[in-house]
Write a protein that binds this ligand. Structure first.
Ligand SMILES: Nc1ncnc2c1ncn2[C@@H]1O[C@H](COP(=O)(O)OP(=O)(O)OP(=O)(O)O)[C@@H](O)[C@H]1O
Ligand SMILES: [Mg+2]
Length: 289
């Protein structure tokens, strides 16, 4: 069960509508009762159980939960890398739960890109970084001409703070973890997605680099109005980066709310425990505790 909260109303005096309001935009992404079980019978693992949430365009929502709570399974379901056992996924109001044709999946991945925990595991070590960064062009029906590919790759690199001439002809393994993770973010940007799923993108980085990557993701959201689903086991990072927090516990979404709501009035016992483990919330820009 998700603890639902009453809606906050930041604008106190809305003018009465002079004419019928236009139909509300559907959320950027919505899941309804999304579930995934591994194995059968008494050995079944219910990795993701009846997860329902939505994310709006330009919103950063953080999924927080301990190891094994189902965060990566949820990410892989949304990225359509894994089949759900039950439930639905809607992108911009369109049911994408059962896309199978390669053409449809490619169109989906142009809009929904992923960045993962271990950038070294996510790339072919024999490729150059240029080739890594050009992968999203395979999602297009026709590959753009060389000049346009170069322009898009270089502009993505500049956005993540890397010098194209410094990295393009090197291999991924000649870079640091922080540099390669920025390449992976740039690769996602080359596709110009509406939604980025970032599954623990900072957990293999040194503490000093973590905030750099969080700030980068926040900049990208501001510049591209991109929605971001940011997955972490660290409530501090979730507070720092997100607008809204989704708490997962043993495969279930047990609570969701704004940063202020979660920080000042946690509903679920597990959320309270997580809060107790974040000793200095104000260090992450959160005042209430
Ligand atoms: N392919 C799989 N086959 C069988 N069980 C799996 C598979 N993938 C995940 N699981 C199980 O599903 C549960 C959720 O795993 P998941 O990787 O989604 O958790 P997580 O929250 O991402 O954990 P972590 O913080 O360690 O990354 C775990 O019990 C895991 O062992
Ligand atoms: Mg995981």
């Amino acid at each position: 069960m998700t603890a639902q909260r009453s809606h906050l109303s930041p604008s106190p005096q809305p003018a009465p509508p002079a004419q019928p309001a236009p139909a509300a935009q559907p959320p950027l992404l919505e899941t309804k009762g999304l579930s995934r079980t591994f194995g059968h019978g008494e050995h079944a693992v219910h990795a993701v159980k009846q997860v329902s949430f939505h994310i709006q365009p330009g919103e950063i929502a953080a999924v927080v939960g301990e190891s094994g709570s189902g965060k990566s399974t949820l990410a892989r379901l949304i990225l359509r890398l894994l089949e759900p056992t039950a439930g639905q996924i809607l992108l911009q109001g369109r049911d994408v739960t059962h896309l199978h044709r390669s053409q449809d999946l490619k169109a989906y991945w142009r809009k929904v890109q992923g960045v993962f925990q271990d950038p070294f595991a996510a790339v072919n070590q024999f490729y150059t970084n240029r080739r890594v960064l050009e992968k999203p062009f395979q999602l297009l029906d026709r590959k753009p001409p060389r000049a346009e590919r170069d322009r898009r790759v270089e502009s993505a690199l500049v956005e993540v703070g890397l010098d194209p001439s410094d990295v393009l002809n090197k291999g991924p393994h000649q870079l640091s973890g922080g540099q390669l993770q920025r390449i992976m973010i740039a690769r996602a940007l080359v596709a110009d997605p509406a939604l980025l799923i970032a599954d623990e993108p900072t957990s293999m980085l040194d503490a000093s680099l973590r905030v750099t990557v969080l700030n980068l993701l926040m900049d990208l959201r501001a510049r591209h109005a991109m929605g971001i689903l940011f997955i972490t086991h660290d409530l501090g990072q979730a507070f720092y980066i997100s607008d809204r927090i989704l708490v997962m516990y043993r495969g279930e979404l047990v609570e969701q709310g704004t940063v202020a709501e979660i920080a000042s009035n946690p509903q679920h016992e597990y959320t309270r425990r997580l809060l107790a483990d974040v000793p200095r919330l104000h260090a992450w820009g959160v005042e209430a505790a």
